[in-house]
Write a new protein. Structure first.
Length: 195
C-alpha cells in the first residue's frame, strides 16, 4: 500500500469523482498527459482558494465558467474546507456536442449547480485519505458529495477511479493541489449525479 500511496502522490495515479450523460464516463487506461503530471506537485503555499486556484489553471477555463454561471464562486471561495474533483477542459470536451453550452444557459442553472456540487466533497481529503478509505472499505470507498449523491472510489490498474451514480468512471490525473480552503484533485472525465 505504501508503494501505491507514493504512486498516487507522485501524480502517476488517478482519482475521479463527480458530473450525467451516457458518453461521460469512459475511463482511459492511457497515462495522464504530461501537463497533468506536471500539475501533480503540491503547491508551495496554499495562498489561493479553490476558485483562484482553478482560475490560475489554463486547463480549467470551462470549469471556471461553469462555476461562475452556477453562482458558486462565493461558496467555493468560502472557508470550506472542500475537496474538489476538478474536470479539465478536455474532460468537458468528452461530453456530447452542445452539452456544455446548454448547461451554461441561465435556464439550466439548477442542473449545472447539481452537477458541479456533485464534484465537491465536504472536508479535506488528500490522496492518502482516499486510499486509506478504499483500503478500509475492502477495495471501495463511498464518498458523499455536497450535492447529496455518492461517488465510489476504487483502485484500478494502480490508479484511483471514481464511479458516479450513473456508472460512469473517471480517473484522477493530479492530486493534492493544496488551496487555502481545501484541496483540488484533477480528473479526466466529468462525472454525473443520478438523473
Amino acid at each position: 500500500m505504501t508503494d501505491l500511496k507514493s504512486t498516487v502522490i507522485a501524480g502517476a495515479s488517478a482519482v475521479a469523482l463527480s458530473l450525467g450523460l451516457a458518453a461521460c464516463g469512459q475511463a482511459q487506461e492511457t497515462p495522464p498527459p504530461a501537463e497533468a503530471q506536471a500539475m501533480a506537485a503540491p503547491a508551495p503555499a496554499a495562498e489561493t482558494n479553490i476558485v483562484q486556484g482553478a482560475q490560475a489553471s489554463p486547463d480549467h477555463t470551462t470549469l471556471v465558467a461553469a462555476v461562475q454561471a452556477a453562482g458558486l464562486t462565493e461558496t467555493l471561495s468560502g472557508p470550506g474546507p472542500f475537496t474538489v474533483f476538478a474536470p479539465t477542459n478536455a474532460a468537458f470536451e468528452k461530453l456530447p456536442a452542445g452539452t456544455v453550452d446548454g448547461l451554461l444557459q441561465p435556464t439550466a442553472r439548477d442542473q449545472l449547480t447539481a452537477i458541479l456540487t456533485y464534484h465537491v466533497v465536504p472536508g479535506e481529503l488528500k490522496a492518502a485519505d482516499v486510499l486509506a478509505a478504499i483500503e478500509a472499505g475492502g477495495g471501495t470507498a463511498t464518498l458523499t458529495t455536497v450535492q447529496g449523491g455518492e461517488l465510489r472510489a476504487s483502485v484500478v490498474n494502480g490508479a484511483v477511479q471514481l464511479t458516479d451514480a450513473q456508472g460512469n468512471t473517471s480517473l484522477v490525473t493530479a492530486t493534492d493541489l493544496d488551496q487555502s480552503n481545501g484541496v483540488i484533485h484533477v480528473i479526466d472525465t466529468v462525472i454525473m449525479p443520478a438523473a
